[in-house]
Design a protein around this ligand. Structure first.
Ligand SMILES: Cc1cn([C@H]2C[C@H](O)[C@@H](COP(=O)(O)OP(=O)(O)O[C@H]3O[C@@H](C)C(=O)[C@@H](O)[C@H]3O)O2)c(=O)[nH]c1=O
Length: 188
């Protein structure tokens, strides 16, 4: 049996997993896997990777999100931080889920080698805790502009405890509507 390179941990939201990547270090530095089909199946990551995205966010306190894609472009995401540190948040939008509209946040950083596996049915966003944060996303569906959904990161119904004052946010993200009382979730 091959040696494990990932430790998969449950979070309070079923299906949402914190994944700690093992670093194999030596005098040169380290090697760590960012993806392993065999091992990450234990986290629920079983669909093939359709797209890999890389982002840079310059200013501390910036928010990106909250984003998801509607079916048939609903996707699993595996989010890792290659530089800097972020407060990463996933929100349960699954219709009928016992934790519907609950959010969970994790500190992900280049130093703690921790990733988040976010299954279909969740929205995702983050706030940067340092300057020059670089994120790497694995997606199981291609980007589909027409299927994009968004929640307002300051929606009082979500009450996300962002750690810092917001310094940067896109016009689109600032304009996401607040949830209406008739929102009952999305199929997952
Ligand atoms: C996500 C995405 C965006 N784009 C384009 C759209 C736009 O012109 C530009 C920047 O897009 P955005 O402003 O949506 O980038 P960003 O706010 O970084 O979007 C990301 O936010 C985080 C929270 C996520 O969870 C990701 O899945 C993704 O939605 O890039 C692509 O061409 N391909 C893609 O896969």
């Amino acid at each position: 049996m091959a040696e494990a390179r990932f430790a998969v941990h449950d979070t309070p939201l079923a299906g949402l997993k914190r994944v700690v990547r093992t670093r194999i270090g030596d005098t040169r530095g380290f090697l760590s896997r960012l993806y392993c089909a065999g091992e990450l199946a234990a986290a629920g990551f079983t669909a093939p990777v359709a797209q890999i995205n890389h982002t840079l966010t310059r200013a501390t306190g910036s928010i990106r999100g909250l984003h998801f894609q509607h079916p048939p472009y609903a996707e699993d995401k595996f989010v890792s931080v290659l530089a800097g540190a972020v407060f990463d948040v996933a929100i349960d939008l699954r219709a009928g889920s016992p934790t519907f509209l609950h959010w969970h946040g994790e500190h992900l950083s280049a130093d703690n080698a921790t990733s988040l596996f976010i299954p279909k049915g969740f929205a995702h966003g983050f706030q940067t805790l340092t300057a020059d944060c670089e994120l790497l996303y694995l997606h199981t569906a291609p980007y589909a502009a027409g299927a994009e959904g968004g929640l307002n990161p300051l929606d009082p119904r979500l009450a996300i405890a962002w750690p810092l004052a917001i310094t940067e946010i896109s016009a689109r993200d600032r304009g996401h509507p607040l949830l209406t009382p008739d929102f009952t979730g999305i199929p997952s």
